[in-house]
Design a binder for this molecule. Structure first.
Ligand code: ATP
Length: 450
């Protein structure tokens, strides 16, 4: 810490502060994110995960990691300073003036390039939102905040319920179905919609209305001046069945919109997109290596210079694909059932979802089929919840004892542990599926380069 001079606090998150500092050696500015370390030894490694994952992500569209160290009971992550602030602030500055299409395409292309890099490493961000996407001094986009990220095919120790922000969470999370790279695509769709309209796609007057709209993929129409390719893309990113959503790889390489997006990528990022197209770029072993690394490494200090983090050299056991949970062709419906049975919906959500889906009788038909019990615990939490709290990060575990751990629930036990309780592990949920080539799946026997 003595290497840096503190300049000012740039923001406060739920886990700690972000402080702008200046290196005494190079005079370069950085942000140091302080994260309160949990008192329980068993949870320490989880807190260090953000630093470890960020240290593995070297890409022009991901906030660059410099080093991390522990000071008393704080984990300090030193990272690139993004002087343009976050995208949420940038959207709010616009007030009512829309962004020009060129800007939207440029920013979104860079977000996809960053996300592709993460997914290539078999990591899911899980909390992509405009507040976690930054603008660097040169105007480029940087994905940040890896505090919710997880590794696909990870070991049991790192498989847990979903950590995300309700306004950006995909329907499969509310429906307690498996999640994968397509859940990040949904969240990116929300950010793209915000860039196009300056509004969130799922406006609601209550949490129940919000969740219902998300589960139906019901969003207000986009302004007509936008290119057709962009409108088509948003429609696809909001497909309620993740199988029907394109991956970021597809968006950048073989979608109708790809040409438009790629013309807005700087050459360095374009090269990396092309790299990502090589078949066998990632494989199951990649995720297993990362998971083993997260589990084994007792990280006290890590750095992009000096004591850099290295993956273990030993090869890891190649896992056989586990049982897959199949998607039906219908949209997720257990939460829809729960919400509708509870008769607690606000009228606006029903009105708009009916108009989006076009037919009232379809709604009635669906409701007749609803026969499951609503998750009462979730309903009772949401009854009293303020909607603005749905922009914060939660641990979401619909069937657990605490369906929404975060700003709505009282911290239990070790208060400094943040919203990461010990949860029953449902390993099936985190398994990628290979039933669709666009979803991160399994390619055995191909050695990925990290
Ligand atoms: N690298 C950075 N460059 C510039 N500003 C940053 C940087 N990192 C964080 N900030 C600012 O600090 C704020 C707090 O960031 P932080 O990641 O600690 O928490 P958060 O994302 O707001 O909340 P949470 O940790 O609950 O997700 C951000 O909203 C952003 O405005």
């Amino acid at each position: 810490m003595e290497k840096y001079t503190q300049l000012r606090v740039v923001g406060e998150g739920s886990f700690g502060r972000a402080v702008l500092v200046q290196s005494k050696n190079s005079e370069e500015k950085y942000v140091i994110k302080d994260i309160q370390l949990p008192k329980k030894e068993s949870k320490l490694q989880d807190s260090r995960k953000e630093a470890i994952l960020l240290s593995r992500m070297k890409h022009p569209n991901i906030v660059a990691f410099r080093e991390s160290f522990e000071l008393n009971d704080l984990l300090c992550i030193v990272m690139e300073y993004c002087s343009g602030g976050d995208l949420l602030q940038r959207i709010q500055q616009q007030k009512t003036t829309n962004f020009c299409t060129e800007n939207i395409l440029r920013w979104f292309a860079q977000m996809c390039a960053g996300a592709q890099h993460i997914h290539d490493k078999r990591v899911l961000h899980r909390d992509l939102k405009s507040k976690n996407i930054f603008l660097a001094g040169d105007g480029s986009i940087k994905l940040g905040d890896f505090g919710s990220a997880c590794v696909l095919n990870s070991s049991k120790a790192y498989a847990h319920a979903y950590v995300g922000t309700p306004f950006y969470v995909a329907p499969e999370i509310w429906d307690n179905k498996p999640y994968n790279n397509k859940s990040d695509v949904w969240s990116l769709g929300c950010v793209l919609y915000e860039l196009c309209t300056l509004q969130h796609p799922f406006q609601a007057s209550s949490w129940k209305s919000l969740i219902l709209k998300v589960c139906r993929g019901a969003y207000p129409p986009l302004p007509r001046h936008l290119p057709y390719e962009l409108m088509h893309l948003i429609k696809q990113m909001f497909k309620t069945n993740p199988k029907d959503r394109p991956s970021v790889q597809t968006i950048l390489t073989s979608h109708r919109v790809s040409k438009l997006l790629r013309s807005h990528l700087p050459s360095q990022a374009l090269e990396k997109v092309k790299d990502g197209r090589r078949p066998g770029r990632w494989n199951r072993e990649e995720g297993a290596k990362m998971a083993q690394f997260l589990g084994d490494k007792s990280l006290q200090e890590t750095s992009t210079f000096g004591a850099a983090v290295e993956f273990p050299k030993t090869s890891v056991e190649s896992e056989k694909p586990g049982p897959r949970r199949q998607w039906t062709t219908d949209p997720p419906d257990s939460v829809l059932q729960a919400m509708a049975n509870a008769s607690l919906l606000s009228s606006d959500s029903m009105a708009s979802s009916t108009s989006i889906h076009g037919s009232e009788s379809e709604d009635r038909r669906r409701r007749r089929l609803w026969d499951k019990d609503p998750p009462q615990k979730l309903l009772s939490i949401l009854e009293k919840a303020q909607l603005n709290k749905a922009f914060s990060t939660y641990l979401i575990n619909i069937t657990g004892n605490d369906p929404l751990m975060g700003p709505l629930s009282q911290p239990q036990g070790d208060e400094s542990d943040g919203p990461e309780p010990e949860v029953a592990v449902d390993e099936d949920r985190l398994q990628p599926r290979s039933d669709d080539e666009d979803t991160i799946g399994v390619q055995e026997d191909i050695q990925a380069e990290f």
